[in-house]
Design a protein around this ligand. Structure first.
Ligand SMILES: [Zn+2]
Length: 71
């Protein structure tokens, strides 16, 4: 089960919860609760997985049915 980072708007506590996508999108679910102050005023933090590695781009040009007007 994937984990998600949350931050409490009430006490600014940052915590981690593991839940399924369905539970994550379910606004009625009460899993998203701050473990510190039990506030439901929490927001999901964006996970920053990719670091470093910048610039490399591979352009694949496929030649084939591409007629360019000439003449
Ligand atoms: Zn809190």
């Amino acid at each position: 089960m994937p984990k998600y980072d949350f931050k409490c708007n009430n006490c600014s506590e940052v915590f981690e919860l593991s839940m399924s996508i369905k539970e994550l999108e379910d606004k009625e679910a009460d899993k998203k609760v701050c473990p510190k102050c039990n506030s439901r005023e929490v927001k999901q933090l964006l996970s920053f997985a990719s670091v470093g590695s910048s610039g490399s781009s591979s352009a694949s040009s496929s030649r084939g049915s591409s007629s360019s007007g000439c003449g």
